[in-house]
Ligand binder design. Structure first.
Ligand code: CU
Length: 256
């Protein structure tokens, strides 16, 4: 997450006619303050992830099942979204992607409710309501907040998430609005929606280079039972992982 870089806030506004204008003039062109150097690097030097379409890559696939926990299965803030991600063990993740994603505000709801992106991704925040909306971030780990502004219908503001972590996304004008941006380190991740009846969902992460990884399962309320799972991907192989998420008190790793 790009925290508190207000002097070089890398957002742009999009006018209702669709033409982007600079709401923070020249953040990518002028010299940045020292604390913002990482923003410039992320924006300008990101390379295509090596994972995409690589020879000999494997697939990590499987399922996520809920145990011993109730789930909200309906409404815009349901509990069915899960993010599965892989972190390479003892090696570098590919450089942050210069990717883009969108989060809309429509009908007083953030859409999607859970957005997963690789660090370095620029998210465009849209407003498709007649009302003004605000966007501010609450870092789930540090408790730090960042308000990126309030704007009306048809305007869009970009924000680049440079650090991995969970960013709770809120609107100061509509306290019922909430979303989660799950910023992961690597390009190997998948967001799935659990089936509300079976409380289970399948996932497949493709184009994973051979090597060792830690598989993490993120859910806004529940924890991965036993903690992260070590996964070894062989050349061209598919690895099956069946993960469980449950209440934190049941998730603690035992017997180790
Ligand atoms: Cu709002």
């Amino acid at each position: 997450m790009t925290r508190h870089c207000l002097s070089c806030w890398p957002h742009r506004s999009r006018r209702p006619d669709g033409v982007r204008s600079s709401g923070c003039p020249g953040p990518f062109r002028r010299p940045l303050a020292a604390g913002c150097a990482s923003v410039l690097i992320v924006a300008c030097t990101a390379a295509a992830p090596e994972a995409l379409g690589c020879d000999g890559c494997g697939t990590v696939q499987g399922s996520v099942t809920v145990e011993q926990a109730a789930l909200r299965t309906e409404g815009p803030k349901h509990d069915l979204d899960v993010v599965i991600s892989l972190d390479r063990v003892g090696g570098e993740d590919p450089p942050p992607a210069a990717a883009t994603a969108e989060m809309d505000q429509r009908g007083l709801v953030f859409i999607p409710h859970v957005l997963a992106v690789q660090r370095g991704t620029t998210v465009t925040f849209l407003n498709n309501d007649n009302d003004e909306h605000n966007v501010y971030f609450l870092d789930d780990r540090t408790g730090e907040t960042l308000d990126i502004g309030t704007w009306g219908q048809g305007v869009a503001v970009d924000h680049t998430f440079a650090e991995a972590g969970t960013v709770i996304t809120l609107c100061k004008l509509h306290l019922e609005m909430a979303a989660y941006i799950v910023v992961v380190k690597s390009p190997w991740f998948s967001r799935i929606t659990l089936d509300p009846t079976s409380r289970r969902g399948a996932f497949a992460i493709e184009d994973v280079p051979p090597g060792e990884y830690e598989l993490s399962v993120w859910h806004k309320k529940l924890k991965q039972k036993g903690g992260t799972t070590r996964v070894n991907v062989s050349r061209g192989a598919a690895v099956d992982v069946d993960a469980v998420i449950t209440k934190a008190k049941y998730a603690t790793k035992t017997g180790t």
